[in-house]
Design a protein around this ligand. Sequence first.
Ligand SMILES: Cc1cc2nc3c(=O)[nH]c(=O)nc-3n(C[C@H](O)[C@H](O)[C@H](O)COP(=O)(O)OP(=O)(O)OC[C@H]3O[C@@H](n4cnc5c(N)ncnc54)[C@H](O)[C@@H]3O)c2cc1C
Length: 262
Amino acid sequence: MSLRIVVTVKYVPDATGDRHFADDLTVDRDDVDGLLSELDEYAVEQALQIKENADDDVEVTVLTVGPEDAKDALRKALSMGADKAIHVEDDDLHGTDAIGTSLVLAKAIEKAGYDLVISGMASTDGTMGVVPALLAERLGVPQVTLLSEVSVEDGTVTGRRDGDAASEQLQASLPAVVSVTDQSGEARYPSFKGIMAAKKKPVESWDLSDLDIDADEVGLEGAWTKVEEAAERPARSAGTIVKDEGEGGKQLAEFLASQKFI
Ligand SMILES: Cc1cc2nc3c(=O)[nH]c(=O)nc-3n(C[C@H](O)[C@H](O)[C@H](O)COP(=O)(O)OP(=O)(O)OC[C@H]3O[C@@H](n4cnc5c(N)ncnc54)[C@H](O)[C@@H]3O)c2cc1C
């Protein structure tokens, strides 16, 4: 029996770059380089490990919803070892919120065909951590989120979720959606061979009409959430220096109390 895994990967603005909001209060993606969200590298890694450990055929498809440059994120995932990629791109997606993104991802996953969806625990830009749950709801399948260990056997996905006080062992029958944490295992670096092989792997491009989604269901118009206001973070101030002239400890405690740290 074969297993079809779809990994959702997000193309995010480089956190080390100078990031801004555009005039319509969406993220300005033109003036900053982007990359595959680091947290989604863990999702790709887990899919590849399931493939490597399986006796049966496993196909790993990586899926992104994003602008033209989001292809870079797909190429990275393909060079790590994924088999094929799907890129959903459409001008009408500008300003889409998490609800809209989950609609587009779910329709694309259904069109691609799947047994298991693997997502990151959160994106490194929006960091809402809601898309996997939204996807499971839209697809009508079980969700097993925040796993630090994941395996698949006999039509069942099993994983471990680590909390502060306990670890849970969870199971769901396939098809299912899982999300994995940054504790699930170091993501591999693409090898030179992998980078060369990725150039020949198939990348399908779909737009909203391919997914039977109306423009008013997504974009700024279709968004359920709205950014009302955004302001530059104020420049860092010089800070407070506590000189120890016998009363240093007391001054330090007073300072920490004034900032509500203690
Ligand atoms: C072209 C475009 C324009 C957008 N404009 C806006 C905007 O103006 N305002 C706004 O609020 N939001 C916008 N979004 C949506 C936003 O960037 C997020 O994708 C969405 O809100 C999900 O929130 P999050 O990133 O916090 O996801 P989380 O819930 O933190 O993500 C969890 C996991 O879901 C998957 N995932 C999330 N997003 C994607 C994706 N796009 N493709 C593939 N996998 C994904 C990843 O596996 C990720 O690790 C836009 C998205 C696109 C594609």
